[in-house]
Design a binder for this molecule. Structure first.
Ligand code: GAL
Length: 663
């Protein structure tokens, strides 16, 4: 179990380094990330490197038994670089150049940036690949975090080459994108524009490819640095820090390229339900590489400084959220940052060692968390015990974010709604792409899977045929991988499985518009209660499915809204609207009973209690503000005593070794 944080020795006098290391030892720090923003300090001028300070820092840390996650420092190019090569700066969609003076001011496709980054990493790798302190490599930092999309000329050139590699000839692209519409047919790849500011909306197929390209262009940077490190003989694991469900990078693809998943997490302490959002991103990280532990690379001990108001974490909350990550497979808890800065844009950001010093609540909590993590036994990496899978797909997210849809579909929020409902019922959930083997799940939910490619359709079909239970909701199976409608209407790829066909999308006005029932929200009557829906009330035609629920109000009052279709040995449900949180919960309750999926805790679900499983170890965290009592049988690993229930104060946690099922 690693413990530590980002360490910026370059911000401090060397005399402070020694004090830092003593304090790190006091706090039980085992690993620090060094060098994330040190490019200018390492390379003050092109061709000139100063490694002395970093040599000294690495040696000091090593002598103190503290491992280093060495960053490649490429996230913030130094001023000389942008002065000499201004064309490496990125642009926004209106063509405005982003200025240096902050960070991440580089176009990911810029040949100058790539060359300079490669030069730096080559020299760094040669110097430190064999350094005993270096236990991990941290490539760049939060790729794409501030600038999701770059519209520079470099990007345009690279996009064209990416398209050429994908489509080979321009007519294939013309046909896939449907460029005959609005007179957009291209004569050559060099005619293809970036989706910059235009008089009206862009071709959605072009937008979708631009997003795919951007994720790939960023990933190419990671792979470039990773390969330089490997070629220099580095054998340590190589990572880059993810950002949860980050919209601009398809982490399913990225997860194949890193050695270990690491993630940054900043839930808003002002939001009592934020623990559900972080449960979602923790489960996502765990699911990206099933069965392999991952790391929390960054989180705040107290307040961040990127929100309009930055609430502090309450006493004990940092530990509660850390244990939520541990319960979901994290084998390391690191913070941004070790010592609070005295100058610069993030000087108000909290740290393990606060500006106010060691006689502070934060420092005491940091020391306590170090002790806690040290005292944990080795935990099995998995399995999570999830019998429910939730499909989460970047390509579908991108396709359903375009501005030309019948209504605004908040895909990520929709997926979170299902995930949150399952967490409140203490039902563990894995995130899946939907095109893999799903046979180990009893229930697979595909919320608003707008884009369904052939491979995913085939996998979902196989899953149901073999006895699975699939739930699909409104705005699913609308377009294919090219963002085009399939022949034969909507819900074509999954029609055989679902036994329904969508005829109209029945857009509702956005919720909260005060338009009233039937216009901004609908009710679906089912044998297990009334369900609330929003965003759409689709008109569907039965193609073999039976009706379980009907719309009570709105344009479609009386028409089918929830259906079930027996297909092969399994069943597929279709919900012709987007459920609100109570509706998602009611459906999950009904289906988990039907499929005999037991929650991780016996009895009634307990509010604000988060439960997760790593093999036979169940982690329970109370994220609420009142004491709770939770029934669970096993051995409390903190006391070694058998228990049948645990009592937890606000932000308290327990890990119970159970003898239950561990699949
Ligand atoms: C992260 C970033 C860190 C720091 C932190 C502050 O997004 O990687 O460098 O800025 O946020 O919360």
């Amino acid at each position: 179990m690693h413990y530590g944080g980002d360490y910026y020795p370059e911000q401090w006098d060397p005399a402070i380094w020694r004090e830092d290391i003593e304090r790190m030892q006091e706090a039980g720090v085992t690993m620090v990330t060094v060098g994330v923003f040190a490019w200018a300090r390492i390379q003050p001028r092109e061709g000139e490197f100063d490694w002395r300070w970093l040599d000294e820092v690495l040696d000091l840390l090593h002598d103190a038994g503290i491992a280093v996650d060495l960053a490649t420092a490429t996230a913030s190019p130094p001023p000389w670089a942008t002065t000499a090569y201004p064309q490496m700066l990125p642009r926004d969609h209106e063509g405005v150049v982003y200025s240096p003076g902050s960070r991440q001011h580089y176009a990911p496709t810029s040949p100058d940036y790539r060359r300079l980054a490669a030069d730096l990493v080559t020299v760094m790798a040669a110097r430190y690949a064999q350094h005993p302190a270096v236990q991990m490599w941290h490539v760049n930092n939060e790729y794409g975090c501030h600038l999701h999309y770059d519209y520079s000329e470099n990007a345009e050139r690279a996009f064209r080459r990416w398209l050429e590699a994908k489509y080979r000839d321009i007519d294939t692209l013309n046909s896939a994108w449907g460029t005959v519409f609005w007179s957009q047919s291209f004569g050559s790849f060099d005619d293809v524009p970036l989706p910059r500011r235009a008089p009206y909306i862009h071709n959605p197929a072009a937008e979708l490819d631009f997003r795919r390209f951007t994720s790939d262009a960023l990933l190419e940077l990671f792979v470039m640095e990773r390969d330089i490190l490997r070629d220099a003989g580095a054998t340590q694991p190589i990572t880059t820090n993810f950002m949860g469900a980050f919209p601009a990078a398809d982490y399913w693809r990225w997860a194949q390229e890193v050695d270990i998943i690491s993630d940054d997490t900043y839930p808003d302490p002002n939001d009592p339900a934020a623990y559900l959002d972080s449960a979602f991103t923790r489960d996502l990280m765990r699911s990206l590489r099933p069965g392999q532990p991952w790391l929390v690379m960054e989180q705040a001990t107290e307040a961040a400084n990127s929100r309009l108001t930055n609430a502090p974490k309450a006493p004990g909350q940092a530990e509660a959220l850390s244990m939520q990550s541990v319960g979901r497979g994290a084998d390391g808890i690191l913070f941004f940052q070790w010592r609070q800065s005295r100058r610069g844009a993030e000087k108000f950001h909290s740290a393990m060692l606060p500006h106010a010093g060691t006689d502070t609540r934060i420092w005491r909590e940091v020391v306590h968390l170090g002790e806690t993590l040290r005292s944990l036994p080795e935990l099995p990496a998995g399995p999570s015990g999830a019998r429910i899978a939730l499909v989460f797909r970047w390509d579908s997210w991108w396709a359903s974010s375009s501005p030309d849809l019948p209504t605004i579909v908040d895909y990520e929020r929709h997926v979170r709604t299902w995930h949150g409902a399952a967490q409140q019922l203490h039902l563990p959930v894995d995130l899946v792409r939907g095109d893999e083997d799903l046979s180990r799940y009893d229930l697979v939910i595909a919320p608003s899977l707008f884009l369904v490619d052939d491979r995913t359709a085939a996998a979902l079909q196989r899953y149901v045929e073999a006895g699975g239970h699939l739930v699909v909701t409104a705005f699913s199976d609308v377009v294919d991988a090219d963002c085009a409608f399939r022949d034969g209407g909507f819900t074509v790829a999954l029609r055989e499985v679902l036994g329904v066909e969508t005829l109209e999308f029945g857009a509702l006005v956005p919720a909260g518009g005060g338009h009233g029932p039937g216009l901004d929200a609908v009710t679906v009557r089912t044998p297990f209660g009334d369900l609330g829906g929003h965003t759409a009330a689709e008109v569907i035609r039965l193609r073999g499915a039976e009706v379980i629920g009907r719309f009570v109000d709105g344009r479609e009052a009386g028409a089918p809204a929830l259906t079930r279709h027996a297909f092969g040995d399994g069943h597929a449900d279709y919900l012709a609207t987007i459920p609100d949180a109570p509706a998602a919960r009611a459906i999950l309750e009904s289906l988990s009973e039907h499929r005999a999926i037991a929650p991780l805790l016996e009895g009634e679900p307990v509010s604000f209690v988060d439960v997760s499983r790593r093999g036979d170890h169940v982690t329970i965290v109370n994220h609420g503000v009142t004491d709770v009592e939770v029934p669970i049988s096993g051995t409390d690993i903190s006391t070694g005593q058998p228990v049948t229930q645990v009592r937890l104060q606000p932000f308290e946690w327990a890990i119970i070794r159970t003898e239950g099922e561990t699949r």
